[in-house]
Ligand binder design. Sequence first.
Ligand code: ADP
Ligand code: GLC
Length: 480
Amino acid sequence: MKIVHVASELFPYVKTGGLADAVAALSVALADEQHEVAVFLPGYRQVLEHPDVAHATRKLRLKIEMGDDFMSGHVEVFSPRPNLDIYLICRDEFFDRSNPYGTGQRDYEDNAERFIFFAKGVVNTLRLTDLQADVVHCHDWQASLVPLLLRVAERRHDLTLALRTVFTIHNIAFQGVFSESIFARTNLPEELNNIDGLEYYNQISFMKGGILFADQVTTVSPRYSEEIQTEEFGCGLDGVVQARADDVVGLLNGIDTEIWNPSIDASLPARYSADDLKGKAKCREALLNSHGLDPKFKGPVFGMVCRLAEQKGIDLLLDNADFFLKNNCRLIVLGKGEERYEQALHDLVAKAPDKIAMSLVLDEAMSHLIEAGSDFFVMPSLFEPCGLNQMYSQAYGAVPLTSEVGGLADTVIDADKDAKSGTGLTFLPTKEGLGDALLRALKLYGDKPRYAAVQRRGMKRDFSWKSAAGGYLELYDDIL
Ligand code: ADP
Ligand code: GLC
């Protein structure tokens, strides 16, 4: 099968969150199954600086219609492994910047134009290179105009660019909603600027376009596919998703076991497995050491790695600050994001620097060490489309504490409710819910044989993309 993915992030070239890991691991899994896979990505500065791109093999010139103007760009192509080609849609004005989406404080003001250019660049490249895709699979709002632009281009030029299109919602909270004036830059027929098209409360919603016009819509966990059809989780698009309910399916992400696997993880000071956990003790010492905490500490170490955003339940963690101050435990947080959370965590560390530590940076290697060195991993998300860290933490033997939402509910089994198959501790995302789970964690840690059983069960679960990619292949087959 010829499968084209379109996304705004791809590990290891550009990553701000799980989207990068998910698209990369799915593409690799499909390529390894001998499918012909192409991934389209904006040619961001950091991607072009990656050593792999020095081996780019082809270049295409692009001339993209943007309203009344034409904008030029070009395409670079490289192939990091067999059956996998990566196409970079380049235009320095849009993508030669320090970050993919914004300055950290604010989104770039021309994001609508940047991602219209990207989407049109993808469609033009499909046309110019005659890729003949069976499936064009687009991810999140940055790629969500592709299914519609592609069908319009097919009609205009009387050709077939893709047999089927798929749109995956990784996070419905980010929708790409812009001023109505941007519609003209899409060059789409005016009748699509209405309630049955991209119009959304007198603005333009990119994500709405993906949901309405892709042949198939997917989300990254079964639970989330139900949740986003409710007012509570739909972020205003619940009605639109409901309208496509027959074509919406939730397929759980997997994890890349070449990268997230403690028995081969080269970034760790020692490797380990469910059958031999000695290496994990070394990782724990190294983790405590790296944060200036006593490496010989005997009580439980709680770890957390996430974007510092409301979604991740940072408020619930802060509401439970007393737990960490009063009990014999350690907390280590790796995160970057909203200033109010960075400040609040900073203040919390100042209250007990011998017990609580944090790094306010993006640090891929440290994210591995936290999974490896922690006894528990805290993930009190208010909503979570899938979530990867709860799977990483099960694989790394850091028993996850997760709220019962989205993909977290689909991947973690509460050990107090299900003594035979429990792999973590789950709770409703409230202050009390997390508070109770933290107390239960202390109790579990005090019962060493029970803790070890829960930990080992998690480590033995199969979250690999091999099975997850199978779900996508079945879906592609069905819709074709
Ligand atoms: P989301 O995509 O909503 O941020 P996920 O759980 O799907 O949540 O994925 C988050 C990914 O980003 C994980 O791979 C996690 O390890 C990584 N990550 C988050 N914050 C950091 C950080 N400060 N440094 C390194 N990696 C991080
Ligand atoms: C989004 C979601 C996260 C999911 C990731 C990959 O960023 O917030 O829950 O795991 O996409 O699909």
